[in-house]
Design a protein around this ligand. Structure first.
Ligand SMILES: *Cc1c(COP(=O)(O)O)cnc(C)c1O
Length: 220
């Protein structure tokens, strides 16, 4: 009941342009089913083993997103079913996802995780590093990958101005790439930004995918 209410509340706030990824990490399948029964179909996890287990147990029309740091040796476990990987932070990982996508005879949608925060703990591409990589056109060899957009995490702070500035910088980078690069396996549509604490700002700054956990399922 509470979960359904929370989801409807968030959906009202984010509107039709933006979609909700319900982050269900550490939460049991019963609670995920409650969200599912209220109509939610996109769920995100940050650990491969948990993702695999939940995928096995839960309805097959759920679209699973990987949002956490992904080790190359674990890509093979999620490659058969994953809908979107938000957290591509290196070429090495991209290469492995491509390899496993090919093995599974599919194309996997991915986002480049870009480093936008002040904090040094977050994974991701530096903006210049990403642009350089795109200019090299190396991604053209990864034919079983589709670059669907960018993902970023703002600094964990109460300073709303900092958060807004960081989200805006990701949106600007997105627009720049869309206007300046045309690559066969890149179809930029998604800007994944915004979590429980900052998704309202993210939506105002152009987010198309918010990743919300605790505001739906309670604290972890
Ligand atoms: C846990 C997590 C979220 C959701 O965080 P909440 O604050 O619970 O909404 C979003 N994105 C990533 C990458 C996460 O690991």
């Amino acid at each position: 009941m509470e979960i359904e209410k929370n989801i409807n509340n968030i959906k009202n706030i984010i509107g039709n342009y933006c979609r909700l990824v319900a982050i269900s990490k550490t939460k049991p399948v019963e609670l995920i089913l409650e969200a599912y029964n209220s109509g939610q179909r996109i769920f995100g996890e940050n650990k491969v083993q948990e993702l695999e287990e939940k995928h096995l147990l839960l309805p097959k029309d759920i679209q699973w997103h990987m949002v956490g740091h992904l080790q190359t040796n674990k890509v093979k476990y999620i490659a058969p079913f994953i809908t979107l990987i938000h957290s591509v932070d290196s070429e090495k990982l991209l290469k492995e996802i491509n390899k496993q996508a090919l093995k599974n005879n599919r194309t996997i949608d991915v986002l480049f995780q870009v480093y936008i925060a002040n904090e040094t703990t977050k994974f991701g591409w530096d903006k210049d590093e990403l642009l350089e990589f795109l200019r090299s056109e190396k991604i053209l060899q990864y034919k079983n990958i589709n670059i669907a957009g960018l993902m970023g995490m703002a600094t964990n702070t109460d300073d709303l101005k900092t958060i807004r500035t960081e989200f805006r910088s990701l949106k600007n980078l997105f627009e720049f790439i869309r206007n300046n690069f045309s690559l066969a396996n890149m179809d930029l549509k998604e800007i994944s930004m915004g979590m429980s604490g900052d998704y309202k700002i993210a939506v105002e700054e152009g987010s198309t995918l918010v990743r919300v956990g605790s505001s739906i399922f309670g604290s972890r």
